[in-house]
Ligand binder design. Structure first.
Ligand code: FES
Length: 153
């Protein structure tokens, strides 16, 4: 059972203080425990630090690894930048979407997988490339991508 977002922020404030420099640490703690940043946590952090909610949202929008939506147990990030697109990332995306029955940007109804596209992940010479929970997979084929996705618990 996960903790209440406000309790997580309160514990984070005890650890890191309530200065602006604590914002990232508070967000990181909430994200670690809940897997995303709910609006309740945003309001609690803004109140703890004494800034507007908008300021917390602007920090969130800068860092793509924070999400304000609940996410799946596995995060799949397929590179959608030019080198990988030329190497066939479109076919990989189609195969994964078909395998999961969702589109990029969505989470499976059973919370098993969140599928995202991302800009370059630094594996351009080995595309198409994706990260699955931060583990890189390179030179993907549609079949290989399906196999990896099917193996996620
Ligand atoms: S273009 Fe895909 S990893 Fe760089």
């Amino acid at each position: 059972m996960s903790r209440n977002p406000v309790d997580i922020v309160t514990s984070a404030m005890e650890k890191y203080g309530s200065g602006r420099e604590a914002i990232m640490q508070m967000l990181t703690d909430v994200n670690r425990e809940l897997g995303y940043i709910p609006e309740e946590a945003i309001r609690a952090i803004a109140a703890a630090v004494g800034v507007s909610n908008a300021e917390i949202y602007s920090v969130l929008s800068f860092y793509s690894f924070f999400s304000t939506e609940p996410r799946g147990r596995n995060i799949v990030r397929l590179c959608n930048t030019i080198s990988c697109r030329m190497a066939g990332a479109g076919d990989i995306l189609a195969a994964i979407e078909d395998e999961l029955g969702i589109r990029a940007g969505e989470t499976t109804p059973d919370d098993r997988v969140t599928l995202e596209t991302t800009s370059c992940i630094g594996l351009c010479d080995q595309g198409p490339a994706m990260l699955v929970n931060d583990t890189p997979h390179t030179r993907l084929t549609p079949d290989e991508a399906r196999r990896i996705i099917a193996g996620l618990q």
